[in-house]
Design a binder for this molecule. Structure first.
Ligand SMILES: Nc1ncnc2c1ncn2[C@@H]1O[C@H](COP(=O)(O)OP(=O)(O)OP(=O)(O)O)[C@@H](O)[C@H]1O
Length: 305
């Protein structure tokens, strides 16, 4: 357990309503110094709302939001954070180097421009007007702007959307470099492999509530599933009705089955299909855990309705 003075950001019982819609319904969330926290959840779960509360862009209707123990709207708190939101309104005619210099000037102890550019992999873009860059290049510039002030916390709201694989991997490496340097990172993403390989801790939101919270391993352990992948002539709709089969999907020519009883399911499949081939059996990852957690939430809702 980390000491509580290690907490750099916190939501306590945060409630946010938009008319009749409760976007956040009592969310508790803490961020420790030097950790990468992934905030996951399906569309509309409340991820962006949670981040907006921590950034002081919106105010809670109940509960509290704190940055470094301060109100997030205080300038002393804001000077210690960097932000990359889903939509960035930046002046299109400014060159990337000019943008970086401008944003860095808001901070008391910014990184040297070259260091920020190197971390974000935009050293070759500094002379280019921002508006002339590709979508993926603009995202990298936005990342550079988020880290150029040497912030203690960086908030990244779906940062890798629109990036190719190479750019995404570079951004991952840069996030890890920030964390190694003692910076805390809050990352929202729909790419679960991103959370799986980067995050020390994961919070799963669903319909404005925290469904689960813990390390990636702890989350996986909550849903002890195994993934079976193979080529088979068996009918997926039939396999889906077998006991303890959580899901059956097609993956090209392969079938992918998630189950909590891998041995039983495999035995049954091998008995029923002598031509079953290209078999792989693997412990389920965060994706399956996430699907199960959010599915349980939906089922509870449907029962209650
Ligand atoms: N300004 C607003 N006015 C009205 N409703 C809003 C507003 N902002 C968010 N909401 C609603 O609050 C809920 C939570 O939205 P939020 O953007 O936090 O979800 P999210 O988890 O970030 O989703 P996504 O993955 O789609 O980005 C949604 O139902 C959304 O429609």
């Amino acid at each position: 357990m980390k000491p509580t003075n290690d907490v750099v950001a916190r939501l306590s019982g945060a409630v946010k309503r938009y008319g009749n819609l409760t976007a956040l319904d009592g969310v508790d969330l803490v961020l420790h110094r030097g950790e990468l926290l992934a905030v996951l959840g399906p569309n509309g779960a409340g991820k962006s709302t949670s981040i907006s509360l921590l950034l002081g862009l919106i105010r809670p209707d109940g509960g509290r939001a704190e940055l470094f123990g301060l109100d997030p709207q205080q300038i002393d708190a804001r000077r210690r954070i960097g932000v990359m939101l889903q939509s960035a309104m930046l002046p299109l005619t400014l060159r990337v180097g000019e943008l970086l210099r401008l944003v860095a000037s808001y901070y008391p102890n910014p990184r040297p421009l070259i260091e920020s550019a190197k971390l974000a992999g935009i050293g070759d873009l500094l002379q280019r007007p921002y508006g002339k860059l590709s979508g993926g290049q603009q995202r990298r510039v936005q990342f550079a702007l988020a880290l150029c002030g040497r912030p203690e916390i960086v908030f990244l709201d779906e940062p890798t959307v629109g990036m190719d694989i190479d750019a995404r991997q570079k951004l991952w490496a840069a996030m890890l470099a920030l964390v190694a340097d003692g910076c805390s990172v809050v990352l929202t993403t729909h790419y679960l492999e991103e959370a799986e390989s980067l995050a020390q801790r994961v919070v799963v939101l669903g319909k404005g509530r925290v469904l689960s919270e813990g390390s990636v391993d702890a989350l996986r352990a909550q849903v002890p599933l195994t993934r079976i992948r193979c080529v088979t002539d068996l009918d997926p709709a039939v396999i889906a009705t077998w006991p303890q089969v959580a899901s059956v999907e097609h993956d090209g020519s392969h079938m992918r089955i998630s189950t909590s009883a891998a041995e039983n399911v495999l035995r049954r499949m091998l008995e029923a299909d002598a031509s079953l081939r290209e078999l792989e059996v693997q412990r389920a990852g965060l994706a399956e855990a996430f699907t199960e957690l959010t599915r349980e939430e939906n089922a509870v809702e449907q029962e209650a309705a």
